[in-house]
Design a protein around this ligand. Structure first.
Ligand SMILES: NC(=O)c1ccc[n+]([C@@H]2O[C@H](COP(=O)([O-])OP(=O)(O)OC[C@H]3O[C@@H](n4cnc5c(N)ncnc54)[C@H](O)[C@@H]3O)[C@@H](O)[C@H]2O)c1
Length: 269
């Protein structure tokens, strides 16, 4: 598929949205920005909540694709997750379906499968079709988003790539992240591949760099044309000196979801 010209970027004020605002235009996208918070330095950004169906209808009008990053990105009371992540994602899909938008790239998460035990040395990597094992209401909302995407493909022919993002930050900051880190540059490469690959139907992939200590299988992401260039291993000595090796007795070190399985960080708003 040729590069979609106009891309709606939801969650544009967030951490990942800010990274992608700077990286994606180089791939040829013209971005339309959407967030409930104002986007700094972007007076044309649409400031609206995902519960505002009219604003979403306006936002999707004429776009060639959507990169859906908006939502609560940590654990929160179920009612908040329901509104932003579950109903909000449904509202976006309905608006996209009505407008005939052909493809959405959905920011899913490792927390949809967070209670899956991490592979030990010699074990196979975790496949993409491992059962959902959400570690929080947040993870549950990502499982829902993946199923919603499947429904909209099967029933309406709206394509989605659901990317189970690991940790997309400038650098990994703990030892678990050595296994799940996705560099921002690799993030842009993967989103671009997901937006341009031919005939994806609904495809679920993991999103990370080509880490030496990788926990999951990137075959599906590579099949979209993604060629990761980075590896967290350059940070390993420093992080292990600071934090020690992963503790096999600590559930936060032995499950894909990390501390979300026993001490999830809480959404502050
Ligand atoms: N950053 C990562 O490593 C990572 C890992 C896994 C999944 N994800 C997913 O990627 C997406 C972006 O993550 P992030 O780290 O940038 O999170 P973030 O919290 O920094 O950004 C999320 C943005 O969504 C906006 N938002 C929240 N609720 C909204 C609503 N109801 N209507 C409109 N906008 C709303 C927020 O204002 C915020 O700017 C999220 O969906 C997150 O769950 C991120």
């Amino acid at each position: 598929m040729p590069t979609p010209r106009t891309l709606l970027l939801t969650g544009a004020a967030g951490g990942l949205g800010t990274l992608m605002r700077s990286l994606l235009p180089a791939y040829g996208y013209e971005l339309r920005l959407f967030d409930v918070r104002p986007v700094e330095g972007e007076p044309d950004a649409i400031t609206a909540d995902l519960s505002d169906k009219e604003a979403l209808r306006e936002a999707v009008r004429g776009v060639d694709a959507v990169l859906h990053l908006a939502g609560i990105s940590l654990e929160a009371p179920f009612e908040k997750i329901l509104r932003s992540n579950i109903e909000g994602t449904y509202n976006l899909y309905e608006a996209a379906r009505e407008a005939g938008v052909p493809r959405i790239v959905f920011a899913s998460s490792n927390h949809a499968v967070g209670y899956t035990p991490a592979p030990r040395a010699g074990d196979p990597l975790i496949p993409v079709d491992t059962p959902h094992r959400p570690d929080t209401f947040y993870g549950l909302s990502k499982s829902f988003g993946e199923d919603l995407a499947q429904l909209y493909w099967d029933r309406h022919g709206l394509e989605t790539v659901s990317v189970r993002i690991g940790s997309c930050f400038a650098e990994p900051t703990d030892v678990r992240m050595l296994s799940v880190w996705m560099s921002p540059a690799d993030g842009a490469r993967l989103f671009h591949a997901a937006l341009t690959a031919e005939e994806v139907g609904h495809t679920v992939v993991y999103g990370s760099s080509a880490n030496t200590r990788l926990w999951w299988d990137l075959t599906g992401a590579r099949a979209l044309g993604y060629e990761p260039q980075d590896d967290s291993e350059q940070y390993a000595d420093k992080l292990i000196a600071e934090h020690g090796e992963l503790d096999p007795e600590n559930p936060a070190h032995t499950h894909l979801g990390g501390r979300f399985v026993n001490d999830p960080p809480i959404w502050p708003y």
